[in-house]
Design a protein. Structure first.
Length: 292
C-alpha cells in the first residue's frame, strides 16, 4: 500500500504528473520519478553529485562494491522468490538493484537524492520513489527491503528501522549493511558524513529494539581488516574535516593490481566464512524479519 507521508492515508497513483491527498498534500512526478520530499536538499548533504557519479562508474570493477553485491544477492535469493517485491532504499549507483532485477526480483528504487534515481531511470527501472525515510510512503507493501550503507548516515537510525519494518509485509525481510567498529573511524567517514560505525551486538540490539527477529548478523571484509586499521591510524594522525570535489572523485580510486588482489582476497574470505563469521571485519551484514 502506498501512503501519504504527511497523514498516512492510502493514496492512489494515477497517470497524472501530480498526486493529491485528501489532507491537502500534493506530490509530483518528473522524469519517471515520484517526488515526495522535494525540500531534501535543505537538510541532506551527505552525498554529492560527484560521489553518486563515481559510485555508478565504479560499480562493475571495484572489489568492495562487487563483493558487497555478491553477499546481498546470495542472501536475497535465499529468502525471496522471483517476482517478490523488493525495495532498495538508498540505491547509490544501482548496482545491487540491477543484479536483483536480473535474478527476477521485482525491484522498486527509493532514495532521498534524485541523482541516484536518475541513474535508475536510465537503467530502465519503472518504479522510482524519492522520499525521506523518516516519512515513508509504503506500508505492508514489500516482501523484502534493503538498506546498504545507509543507516550510518541517519541521526535517528532506530526510527528508520521502525519505518523499514512497516514497509514490508509481516514475515518479510530487511537486509542491511553498515560500516563496523567505531575505532575504524577514518577521514572517509568524515567525508561521507557518517554518524557512527557499529559493533555486531549494537546492530543486532538496534533491530531487536524495534521488534524485529534477527536471522543473522555477520562481519564481512575481514581479510582487509589490517588495511582498514592502518587507514584509521593514518586518519588519527592527520584528521580532516574539509574535502574537495577531487576527494569525492578519488574515493574509489585504487590501482588495478591492488584491486585484483583484493578481489581475490574477498573471494577467498567468502568461501571460507560462508557459514560462519569472524569476530571482526570492516562491515556488518544483517538479515532481520518482521514478526507476523
Amino acid at each position: 500500500m502506498i501512503i501519504c507521508p504527511k497523514c498516512k492515508a492510502p493514496i492512489l497513483l494515477s497517470h497524472s504528473s501530480r498526486i493529491n491527498c485528501e489532507c491537502g498534500a500534493d506530490f509530483d512526478e518528473q522524469g519517471g520519478i515520484l517526488f515526495f520530499a522535494r525540500d531534501y536538499e535543505e537538510f541532506f548533504a551527505d552525498h554529492t553529485k560527484e560521489s553518486v557519479s563515481i559510485l555508478e562508474k565504479s560499480a562493475t570493477e571495484h572489489f568492495w562494491l562487487l563483493e558487497r553485491k555478491r553477499w546481498v544477492m546470495r542472501a536475497v535469493n535465499r529468502y525471496l522468490g522471483t517476482s517478490d517485491r523488493f525495495l532498495d532504499v538508498g540505491v547509490g549507483g544501482c548496482d545491487i538493484a540491477v543484479g536483483l532485477r536480473d535474478e527476477g526480483i521485482d525491484v522498486t528504487l527509493a532514495d532521498i537524492q534524485k541523482e541516484s534515481l536518475e541513474i535508475g531511470a536510465k537503467l530502465g527501472f519503472e518504479h522510482l520513489f524519492q522520499f525521506n525515510l523518516y516519512e515513508p510512503v509504503f506500508k505492508d507493501h514489500f516482501q523484502g527491503v534493503g538498506v546498504f550503507d545507509v543507516l550510518e548516515h541517519l541521526d535517528d537510525d532506530a526510527l528508520a528501522i521502525k519505518n523499514l519494518l512497516q514497509m514490508i509485509s509481516p514475515g518479510g525481510f530487511v537486509f542491511a549493511t553498515v560500516p563496523a567498529f567505531n575505532f575504524l573511524w577514518n577521514n572517509r567517514d568524515n567525508m561521507e558524513m557518517h554518524k557512527r560505525r557499529y559493533s555486531r551486538r549494537q546492530f543486532v540490539n538496534l533491530f531487536q529494539s524495534q521488534g524485529a527477529d534477527v536471522v543473522s548478523c555477520t562481519y564481512i571484509f575481514s581479510f582487509i581488516f589490517p588495511l582498514l586499521l592502518i587507514r584509521a591510524m593514518q586518519s588519527w594522525l592527520a584528521p580532516r574535516t574539509e574535502f574537495s570535489e577531487s576527494d569525492q572523485l578519488q574515493q574509489f580510486s585504487i590501482g588495478s593490481t591492488v584491486n585484483k588482489a583484493l578481489k581475490l582476497a574477498t573471494k577467498v574470505e567468502r568461501k571460507i566464512f560462508r557459514k560462519r563469521s569472524l569476530p571482526f571485519g570492516g562491515s556488518l551484514f544483517l538479515i532481520a524479519r518482521r514478526r507476523y
